[in-house]
Structures are given as C-alpha cells and as structure tokens.
Ligand binder design. Sequence first.
Ligand code: HEC
Ligand code: HEC
Length: 387
Amino acid sequence: MIRALVLVIAAAGTAGATGPAPSDFTLNTNCPPGFEKTDGGVCELRTLYQFYDSLGNRGLGGTRTGLPPHRDGFTPQQIDLGRYLFFDPVLSGDGTLSCASCHDPAKGLSDGRSRSIGMHGEDAGRAAPTLWNVAFLKRFFWDARADSLEAQASGPLYSPREMGNTPAQLLARLNGNGVYRRLFQQAFPNARGPIAEQQVFTALAAFQTSLVSLNSRYDRYVHGHDAALNQREIEGLNVFRSFVARCSECHTPPLFTNEQIAVIGMPEPDGHPFDVGAEAILGSPKLKGGFKVPTLRNIARTAPYSHSGAFDDLRSVVEFYNKGRGNSAPSDVPLYLHWHISDPDLSEAEVDRIVDFLGALTDETFLPQPPTRVPSGMTATHRGEST
Ligand code: HEC
Ligand code: HEC
C-alpha cells in the first residue's frame, strides 16, 4: 500500500510539469515481472499453479488446483503501449478521465467509490471491479455482458456515463499525435495505415492481462510455506472452504471466483433502485438480480463492496451471508436465490476468522508503474478528490 501511494505521488508530482518531448517515449522491450519472453518475442505467464492439476480434476475449494485458461502472448511493446493508453486521459471525450481514474493502482485497481462517477459527474450505476487477474476471465462486467477484454473496452470508452468518447474522435486524437503514431508502429510493426480502433483494444487488453496477483501469503501457504498464514487465517480458510459457509463453492480458489452468475440477494444502498443484473443480458427471469461472482483477490484493498457498493467493510459482507437466506432481498421482487446461499449460522468468531483470511489474499507485487507522463501531454494523475 505504501509503495502504491508513493508511486501515485511521484506521478502526480511530475505529470504535466513540462510538455512531453516526443523522443522521450519508448516502449519497454522486456516482459513485465511474472512473464517470460519466448523466442517468438511474446510474453508468457509463469506461475506455480501451472504445476497443479486442472480445476476440473479436484474438489472445489481444494488449494493445489490449477488455473483456468488465460490470455497472454502479447509483445512487451503492446503491453507497454497499453499502459500508456490506460493512464492517458486522452481516451475520454473531454480529456478528464483515464481508465486509471476508476481502476486506480493506489486503490486496488478500483476507485474506492460505491459507484463510479463518469465524465460529467454521472453515477455510472455500478461499482468499478478490480482488474486484478482479468487475464483469466471469460466474461466481463458485473452482468457478464462482454465476452472479451477487447469487447469490454468499448463500454467505458463510448458510454456517456463513463468516458464519453466516440470512435471517430478517439482515432482522430490518437492519429493526430506523433508520439502515439510512432508507439503504435512499434507495437504493431506489421500494420499499415493509421492507428485502428482494434489496435487500441488489443493494447489495452495486453496491459490488463499483465495485472496478475497470485503471490499472496495465501498462495505461499498453498505452495508449501506453512508459516505464511497465521493460525487465525488458517481457521478462516477452513471455515471459508467448509460446506457450512460454502464460500469456495462460488469464490473458488485459486482465482476465488468460479465465473458463474449467481443470484444471492445483496441489497442496494438506500435510495438506489433494484438492479436486475444478468436478467437484462441473458433474458432469463431466473437470473433477476444475478451478478458475476467477483474475485476476492486483493479484496482488502477494494472497499466498498458489491455491485453497488452496499457494504463499507468486509465484516459487513460476511455478516450478510450469515444473516440468513434472502435477508436483504426486496420483498416485492421474486428472486431465485442460489442453492449455496444458505443459513450457515456461523459464530461471531468464525465471521472474524473469514475476515482475517480474506486479508491474506492481498498481493500487489506486480502493481503497474503509472507513467510519469503520457504521450498526449495531459496530466496522468488519478482523480484527486477521493484520495
Ligand atoms: C468512470 C469510471 C470508469 C472508467 C473511466 C473505466 N471504467 Fe472500467 N469499469 C467501471 C465500472 C463501473 C465497471 C463495472 C460496470 C458494470 O459491470 O456494469 C467497470 C468494468 C470494467 C471491466 C470488467 C471487469 C470484470 O471483472 O468484469 C474491465 C476489464 C474494465 N472496466 C476496464 C476498463 C478500461 C480498459 C478502461 C479504459 C478504457 C476503463 N475500464 C475505464 C468504471 C470505469
Ligand atoms: C452462490 C454463490 C456465492 C456464495 C456461496 C458466496 N458468494 Fe460471495 N459473492 C457472490 C456474488 C454473485 C457476489 C456479487 C453480488 C453483488 O454484488 O450483488 C459476491 C460478492 C462477495 C463479496 C464482495 C466482493 C466485491 O468485490 O465487492 C465478498 C467479500 C464475498 N462475496 C465474500 C463471500 C464469503 C465470505 C462467502 C461465504 C460466507 C461468500 N462470499 C459466499 C457469490 C457467492
């Protein structure tokens, strides 16, 4: 956390102080930490989980289970170009918001808000999910409405409630910038002609797939360092995996999500309308109020919690699960609650131990370095008012 803050302060301190000298910008030719460069010049992820069996071969909640397939194989240059784009407010309609405004490295790649705020101050409707480990996801957004990172990107870019840009303006701005034209040429050496939208999406996806968090104290414990977790956290892990609490049925290790959509009946904050979630996308009334199971990686860093930020802290979330099936569901909306949502009747101490355990899922070793300056010359800081 301290490291993250220092990085942001460093970025804020230097950004925009002088105009960018075009020759200053170069793209990294090395892969980010955790990745190995192949003979073909692309970056491949290396993790100890690759030595374990596939998820399908082991019981749910087992610790030494493999990871689902992931995206990698981008070049270092594409990843680094994506990093510049991610932090550059030139991507928004009025130059005030970058992706990092809402997915801020100093805030667990989220924004610390119950619901995000768009370019014109609009409530974006839902909370910004963390971007840690998106390389492993197959569906994106709380309601699973996008099926790739590339498809996801047009959501925030062109939504008037978020970055408020248009494809034509985005491409005109990037193509009008000599630095970006040069950097895109380096990242996509075989391409001819002006910068294309798909290249922007590819670079953003490349950068996001480098946001990997699999080195928490929990992971070290899994890989055989028994002392990595203390007694309370081990107790918490055991409650979390138990068939009483059932957390790992949905928040399945090692990603701590099974990527399914589940109806669990979390409340909306006071005064906020009921959100039908995945029902609107998949057209099934059984999915009314259904949301994608979020990862719990770095969860201690991303309060407030739930799709609408209804819970301020982790203990309140765990208490929600312990208050009984449907305890916060609206009385006038029929919900098909998931069968793993039960009435576990955990003791206060067990609730505390789960919270202790969730704290052991923090790992920000591969936190990206925010660029001190971005090619547009705009200020690469994050939204100041909420820090
Ligand atoms: C105004 C704040 C805001 C900005 C700016 C923003 N996002 Fe998001 N992001 C959100 C919110 C809110 C959601 C969830 C929306 C939903 O599920 O309906 C989200 C969801 C996502 C997801 C899906 C994650 C998951 O687990 O399903 C990805 C990936 C993502 N954003 C990447 C980006 C990228 C890349 C950019 C820049 C092009 C960006 N975001 C800009 C607020 C923002
Ligand atoms: C039936 C599947 C299911 C089970 C079982 C389950 N969860 Fe969840 N969990 C979800 C879904 C879906 C969400 C998002 C719901 C929403 O935002 O409305 C969620 C959200 C959360 C969040 C907030 C995450 C965030 O980023 O805001 C935490 C923390 C959490 N669950 C912890 C737990 C714990 C601890 C247990 C066991 C006591 C548990 N969950 C059991 C499906 C499940």
